[in-house]
Write a protein that binds this ligand. Structure first.
Ligand code: UDP
Length: 326
């Protein structure tokens, strides 16, 4: 059985739906601090907090868990610059607690949600997994620290892991049941869509980066494709595969202004691109080479283009103006 830590969050909830479709047995662990119970659609939940090891033990007790998928973390770069202590505690100490409880329970397989933010400023583009890791913000530092923790757990305890370095997760469940519901919402595509719908302000954070139009370049990847990569990682580990680190992106970068233009095209609505100062901690360009995930995990992204990501997210925001609240 699979344990999905953070299964009520944006990416975790899409994973839960994917596991159901694949006929996998699983249980979700989430503290619901930032996740949504409604996003679980009735899936089995143990409410527990990574910072409280006792609460974690309840999730493992009397369950035959063989793989942990770990999505639970604080994720916002800007917040990590303002509040690093919360990030070290939740993302690093919390993951340490989860790993220890998993180890106590005899779990030997772990899939970790890491991030492109571990790389920092690119010395070459697209970045492969051997690119130097020099994070430019505490968020990236905490994810890199966990990656190293996992390496040492493999060497010493034989706990094998796949560390998946997501580039920019985007999109929503194409069936419209799930979507992004962060509060506050800081991510680019949702913010541009919410501006298009007249529900939020949107500004471009910096237009003086060394990129083709001066705005930051990111590699967007559909949330359902991320979920698929996790299924590939589970298969890899269950068939005895060695520990791996894999990028997950589409190898194509879009500037902030290009994303705004794509949203205007897909929705037929006007957004505009008023410019504000840079946001602390942002790298100019993050674009992935994901050849390894394709080779080693058999990953085949279904929605590699920006348009379906925007269409699916737009459908979600239009039909659910209050997100998961009813
Ligand atoms: N961004 C922006 N305005 C916003 C939100 C984001 O210009 O309201 C930019 C941000 O500076 C970054 C890119 O959009 O260059 C992607 O940001 P996001 O927060 O979506 O993801 P990140 O790359 O930080 O994980």
């Amino acid at each position: 059985m699979i344990l999905v830590a953070g299964g009520a969050g944006y990416i975790g909830s899409h994973m839960v739906k994917r596991l159901e479709q694949a006929g996998e047995r699983f249980v979700v662990l989430d503290n619901l601090e930032r996740g949504h119970e409604a996003a679980l659609r009735g899936a089995s939940l143990v409410k527990a907090d990574l910072r409280d090891p006792h609460s974690l033990r309840a999730a493992f007790a009397r369950r035959d868990i063989d793989v942990v998928l770990h999505f639970a973390a604080y994720i916002e770069v800007g917040e990590s610059v303002q509040e690093p202590a919360a990030f070290w505690q939740n993302n690093v100490v919390g993951t340490f607690n989860l790993l220890e409880v998993a180890r106590e329970a005899g779990v030997q397989q772990f899939v970790f949600s890491s991030t492109a933010a571990v790389y920092g400023e690119p010395v070459r583009t697209p970045m492969d997994e051997d690119h130097p890791t020099v994070p430019t913000n505490p968020y990236g530092e905490t994810k890199l620290a966990v990656e190293r923790m996992l390496e040492s757990y493999d060497e010493a305890y034989g706990l094998r892991s796949v560390r998946l370095r997501y580039f920019n997760a985007a999109g929503a469940d194409p069936e419209g049941e799930l979507g992004e519901d962060h509060s506050p919402e800081t991510h680019l595509i949702p913010r541009v869509l919410l501006k298009a719908l007249g529900r939020a302000e949107f500004r471009v954070f910096g237009d003086d980066y060394p990129t083709r139009d001066g705005t930051c370049v990111r590699d967007y990847v559909h949330v359902c494709d991320l979920a698929d990569a996790h299924l590939g990682a589970v298969g890899h580990l269950r068939s005895g595969g060695e520990s791996l680190v894999c990028n997950l992106g589409n190898g194509q970068g879009f500037t902030v202004k290009e994303v705004v233009a794509a949203v205007e095209r897909v929705t037929g609505l006007k957004v505009g691109a008023e410019v504000a100062p840079r946001r602390p901690g942002d790298s100019a360009t993050l674009v992935a080479s994901s050849d390894r995930a394709k080779e080693r995990l058999g990953w085949r992204p279904q929605y590699p283009k920006l348009e379906p990501m925007i269409e699916h997210a737009f459908a979600w925001f239009k039909s659910r103006p209050d997100g998961y609240k009813v």
